[in-house]
Ligand binder design. Sequence first.
Ligand code: ADP
Ligand code: MG
Length: 302
Amino acid sequence: MSIEIKNVSKLYGKQTALNDVSFSIAGGEVVGFLGPNGAGKSTMMKIITSFIPPTEGQATVCGFDVSTDPIEVRKKVGYLPEHNPLYLDMYVKEFLHFVAGVHKIPNPAQKIEEMIEKVGLGREQHKLLGALSKGYRQRVGLAQAMIHDPEVLILDEPTSGLDPNQLVEIRELIRTIGKEKTVMLSTHIMQEVEAICSRVIIVNQGNIVADGPTSEIRNLASTNQQLVEVEFDGPVEAAELLAIEGIEDAKHIGNNTWRLRSVSEIDPRKTISAWAVEQDRLVLTLKREEQRLEDVFHTLTK
Ligand code: ADP
Ligand code: MG
């Protein structure tokens, strides 16, 4: 096993951040660690990378215990911390030389070239870190995490704060990296896990509430429930909307705009459009909301 977590708890003072958590991750897996803010994701990742000790339980990486063998653990693990703290007044190469020095990497110049190539930093390699966009800073963070060729990569919210293009690029990069390494990445975005990970562990308030293949968890979490937001060209009554097939709930959210909850298998946008035509009404906007993580949690924890 690459990562083995046995009955790990972590308390900050009296506050429980992790509560008797156990799981293991095999070599080569790409696992999403999914949960809302404050769930305990970063705490778990700091324990795995041996930055903080567990209060109780045992965590091992490639067979090395994080409490008794932290030096070996750090050789095996690459870590991209949350918010990716970087020395902004250092140059890209200068920073990577610094990191290579910490890991005592032989022939650092060659290794740095290799990393720059791997994470796609080519055009930006002569810049100050402070001059890089968030997306390129994340690339530097990934280069930094992989420079000592670790077996396991721990990426704490690697795409948070990226614009949509950068997001796609960094996800693609992580997918490529995931072909060679064991990866555990945290996120609070369901779609992110679906895009990158074959397995998902869902954590909520320090407890694991689900663990399994991404496809299975998605099915487990999905109800037939769908939410749509619709704007009509004039006033309508809640009772009229509730009479549409499948619509269970209608909430007025402003002007002639409603949020409708449907429990039908059929896409509610179809039935709503058909109803509007029948009633000689215009639909000005109609959009379906992505299933929100909160809904998933609700389903999984109730
Ligand atoms: P996540 O990364 O999922 O957002 P964290 O692991 O950062 O969650 O936090 C889990 C819980 O532990 C939160 O309630 C948070 O406030 C608390 N916590 C995290 N770090 C500390 C700390 N250094 N001191 C006290 N409480 C902390
Ligand atoms: Mg966090």
